[in-house]
Design a protein around this ligand. Structure first.
Ligand code: ADP
Ligand code: MG
Length: 367
């Protein structure tokens, strides 16, 4: 993180009865960053956001915003605002009244002249200049989402918290709103902290992604860092996709690690050297899109039988059985126009993985 921290969690734990939803978590979000909390349902994303918004209080640890300890402060004393997952609008109020409501709540009172100006500004920000007098029922799903955004930014928070803001929208609309979110973040110049379970959305929007699992942060990094250097098999398969194959660490050979896959194949691996203490049982990771066909340069070439083919438009996804192994792996092969190759179940093909594209994961120390 390059900029100054605006949100800091120090050793924050949140329990519900005997269940720990968040374990001693440390996190710094930089001023102006677009950070997403990413992980499967139930991993503690919303809990983290609510602790920052002031809708939940930590059992231990410190929550700071803009240099102030706000661990015990109510929501209206925090310079943040939240777009909730079910951004319910008041059905009997117009769009403008819904947005102005954000200014009438405790701690946000502004004079009425100023209020009108701010509502107009917020409407313009989300592209709804002409919709102020409509009621929510007369809006599309995407427009309602924009009203919810306008209602949250009208208070001019320093940090906007967004809990799965696009999850109610269908796929096409969601992609359009992703672009809108990115634009809004740049134009407002404030910090966005967003929750999502959609890795593609996190990759597309974030400056940094915080990957969570079971109430803990697993890895934090820029999208490219997480994709190129996942620290665990979990991250390797959650950010993008990975074939995770049991293997043994055999030896170091010059700048190569030698890995023996469970089917006996010897794989060479180069790139960032791992901890020299790695021995014995490990996991090899190979991204489906890094597997290539018809490359015969010796190293890391193996035979496989096509089990199933899945058409994905710009590419074919092949389910493959490696020789001598019951395990299946996937390969994503770009479709080349005019190709005469028969990629059909039963065909035996030769596949290749560049040593720089082999990932190595040592067993995680059991906690
Ligand atoms: P996410 O947003 O990542 O899907 P949450 O942060 O909402 O997950 O929830 C994390 C865990 O805490 C879940 O197992 C959830 O059931 C539990 N939890 C959340 N809120 C409460 C609550 N108010 N009471 C009891 N358990 C809760
Ligand atoms: Mg949630």
């Amino acid at each position: 993180m390059s900029s100054r921290a605006i949100v800091t969690l120090n050793g924050v734990t949140k329990t519900y009865g005997h269940f720990t939803a968040l374990h001693e978590t440390d996190l710094e979000v930089g001023e102006g960053e677009f950070v997403t909390l990413l992980g499967p349902s139930g991993c503690g994303k919303t809990t983290t956001l609510r602790l920052i918004g002031g809708f939940e209080y930590a059992n231990s640890g410190i929550v700071s915003i803009a240099g102030q300890d706000v661990t015990a402060a109510p929501p209206f004393r925090r310079p943040v605002n939240t777009v909730f997952q079910d951004y319910a609008l008041f059905p009997h109020m117009t769009v403008a009244q819904n947005i102005a409501y954000g200014l009438s709540v405790k701690g946000a009172a502004v004079a009425s002249g100023e209020r009108k100006k701010r509502v107009e500004e917020a409407l313009a920000m989300v592209g709804l200049e002409t919709m102020g007098n409509r009621v929510p029922a007369a809006l599309s799903g995407g427009q309602r989402q924009r009203v919810a955004m306008a209602r949250a930014i009208v208070r001019r928070p320093r940090v906007l918290l967004l809990d799965e803001p696009l999850s109610a929208l269908d796929v096409k609309l969601r992609e359009g709103m992703q672009v809108e979110l990115k634009r809004l973040h740049r134009e407002l110049g404030i910090t966005f902290l967003m929750v999502t379970h959609d890795q593609a959305e996190a990759l597309a929007l974030s400056d940094r992604i915080v990957v969570m699992n079971q109430g803990k942060i697993v890895q934090i990094g820029a999208p490219t860092e997480l994709y190129d250097n996942p620290s665990t098999p979990y991250v390797a398969d959650f950010i993008g996709a990975s074939n995770l194959v049991p293997a043994r660490y055999e030896a170091r050979d010059g700048d190569c690690d030698m890995l023996r896959l469970s089917n006996g194949t010897l794989l060479r691996r180069t790139g960032k050297h791992h901890d020299s203490a790695v021995k014995g049982t490990i996991t090899a990771g190979i991204r489906p899109e890094r597997i290539r066909l018809d490359v015969f340069d010796g190293a890391n070439t193996m035979e496989a039988r096509i089990v199933e083919t899945l058409f994905h438009g710009d590419r074919m996804r092949l389910e493959l059985a490696l020789a001598g192994d019951a395990a299946r792996i996937f390969a994503d092969i770009p479709r080349v126009a005019g190709t005469s190759r028969q990629l059909e179940p039963g065909a035996v093909i030769s596949l290749h993985v560049d040593p720089a594209d082999v990932m190595l994961f040592a067993p995680e120390p059991s906690a």
